[in-house]
Unconditional design. Sequence first.
Length: 585
Amino acid sequence: MSEPIITINKSGKGSLKTYLRMLRYLKGLIGAFSLSIIGFLVFAASQPMLAKTMELIIEAIEAKNDQARWTLPAFAVGVFLLRGIGMFMGTYFNDYVGATVIKKVRLEIFDKLMVLPASYYDGITQGQLLHRLSGGVSSIRGAITNALKTIVREGFTIVALLGYVFYLNWQLSLVFLGVAPILAYMVSYTSKTFRKIARKDEGAMGKAMQVSKETIGNYGVVRGFGAEVYEKRRYEGAINQAFKAQMKIRRIQAVFSPLSQVVISIAVSVIIFLLLDPTILAANTTGELVGYLTAVALIPKPLRQLSGVSVTIQRGIVGAELVFGVLDEAEETDQGTYVTEGVEGGIRVENLSFKYPSTEHNVLSNIGFHVEPGEMVAFVGKSGSGKSTLMSLLYRTYDVEAGKIFLDDVDVNDYRLSNLRQHIATVNQNIALFDDTIRNNVAYGDSEYSDEQVIAALKSAHAWEFVEGLPDGLDTIIGENGLKLSGGQRQRLSIARAFLKDAPILILDEATSSLDNESEAKITQAIEALAKTRTTLVIAHRLSTIMRADRLVVLNQGSIVEQGVHSDLIEKGGVYADLFHAEFE
């Protein structure tokens, strides 16, 4: 279940629109950008002065003017000093603008990730998304910083040099107008071809990043099942695709550069041929002719670089398509306006049906039940019966469209999302911890908790007994997803987090699945004590952990088939009785 890596935009108009959208990030940076422009203007203006310097030197030599030795060196130093100042201003402020733009893009895309719906994350791999954050943003940086620098600096340089050579001899300089259409066609053709290949390259790199992320994150499984060769082949396949695309790009660049030089050299050769005409030689001094030729000789380099900048721009456009594809995604729906400081915890579900956006069949069908405030209700059923999906709908991970869920007689769709989730604490079967301290993991999302409160929550979850024995205690860094801790320790930290939130509704989805029997017994006691003061919804496959619930709700294939207390359901001899006997007999 994955979305297209890149939405292909074949029109040049669309590419221009994408590039102009990138340039909108220059808002607020006009001052720095203007200083960069001024710097490159100064640098460009110095280029004809180099040709003029050569003209003056030749004329001084021809005239045997020994007094020029005092003025020409100073003039030359002044020219290069001016070039240096211009280059510094242009490069530094251009880089400042580029770095600031990238900072803006990174912050904007991260803010967007915080409000995207769960369905978006269901439809894209983490590798693809991480590649958009890294590769896509880096490509934008190149298109804005490097490309703009080349366009401005080399563009102004060409304008200055062409203006100078046309001023010296406009008839000869008309030759450059003859090669302009040829260069324009080459740039256009190269840009279109490059853009198509670059999209394939970005897609392959996203696949490679996903494979590497999965392999690193599951290295224990990879080694345990001897899958090293299999993963190498997967990664090699993705890298080979990227390699082929990149070599096509390099081939285009390798052909374009010398080909453009040949075209430009033909124009220069024609000028040299015409320049050596007897009438022109007779009408100009040696210094004037050398100065003109020097200016002409300076044109090919900036013209070649300006012609090649389209490659950088096209890569930036492809990268921008990756980034803007995320930024243009619809945000999580939050049209609710109801806000309350506290809830009693009563839950009522009526005729609830649900299917995931990417599936055709309902995961839940006609679900209906109620939970009184302070009641502990356990949900039982085989894997895939819809228990976890039902819990996620309570705090609107997905929108409730068919049926109703009420919290304290208020439709959950009417709650403001942040307020709704404030009243619910969850412990999921997939433990989520962060590469941070134990303190910050337990007090996740709220820095106002005191150490005493954090420790009390750890004690309630029977986690303090191992935390206090760690060298750094609460300041211990636990690694990515808590990899420095055992499975049971990680689960106890996630339970402590829920205890610390102290929300009026507590959802425990397989909260004790990674614990040994002794720890499970202790946690069960803590949960039962905590459940006396709040509404608690429990999911567990091990029925021993939920037999003391006030009521059991049994699901089978997305529907509720039984409800009642443990003893009544055993006596009934239905689905729950079968599950119970299968576990204990």
